[in-house]
Design a protein around this ligand. Structure first.
Ligand code: AMP
Length: 216
């Protein structure tokens, strides 16, 4: 399966992605996660990306596309993948189309998870992320078994620096301006599944799985 998940920040893309990649046994490719890892590793690219991330802006398309092209060349991506947080702009969607064409691949599904800005702003304050493996939690809706400790790796849970109120409203504004047009881009080829992200993680997953079943 080759899947992309679109949606505003904090809508649950990452949480849904974590479940879907298990269900389909495909790698989870989150550009945000890759950028955060590069920054932790002190890579020059990571440092550049961090400046944009800190401001709640998109990392420039050429850098992002370069990272995706490299990621898609890895052995584990040859038989399927799930993109979480890419493409986030029309130029990125066009670049992805080109990568897919070069490989002779097609997307099986484009999933758009939606929710109101108000809910997102409320939810994002409770988001926590494992500083070691990047797994996502929410203090109320999706808490870890032991407070502040990752169930998967035992890492410490932290709040992302860019999950503060000011940066979130900037990210939402950019989402509406630069990323929402990507939904229309895929809609033109009739390939979009719309899921309601205001529900529980499990319910949204059930809806997505049902739609994927009808899709094929
Ligand atoms: P995420 O973890 O998906 O919320 O991404 C965190 C931040 O990384 C975003 O706010 C952007 O600054 C940057 N980022 C992630 N994916 C992309 C992308 N496809 N294009 C540009 N910037 C991105």
């Amino acid at each position: 399966m080759r899947i992309i998940i679109l949606g505003p920040p904090g809508v649950g893309k990452g949480s849904e992605a974590e479940i879907l990649v298990e269900q389909f046994n495909i790698p989870h490719i989150s550009t945000g996660h890759i950028f955060r890892e590069l920054f932790q590793q002190d890579s020059p690219l990571g440092k550049i990306a961090h400046e944009y991330i800190d401001r709640g802006e998109l990392v420039p398309d050429d850098i992002t596309n370069q990272i995706v092209r490299h990621r898609l060349s890895q052995p584990d991506a040859q038989n399927g993948f799930l993109f979480d947080g890419y493409p986030r702009s029309i130029p990125q969607a066009i670049a992805l189309d080109q990568f897919l064409e070069e490989k002779g691949w097609q997307l099986d599904a484009v999933i758009n998870i939606h929710a109101d800005d108000e809910l997102i702003v409320k939810r994002i304050g409770g988001r926590r992320i494992c500083e070691n493996c990047g797994r996502i939690y929410h203090i109320v809706n999706n808490p870890p078994k032991v407070e502040n400790i990752c169930d998967t790796c035992g890492g410490r849970l932290i709040q992302r620096d860019d999950d503060n109120e000011e940066t979130v409203s900037k990210r939402l504004e950019i989402y509406h301006r630069q990323t929402e047009p990507v939904i229309d881009y895929y809609e033109q080829s009739g390939r979009v599944i719309h899921a309601d992200g205001s529900q529980t993680i499990e319910k949204t997953n059930q809806d997505i799985m049902k739609a994927l079943g009808e899709h094929h």
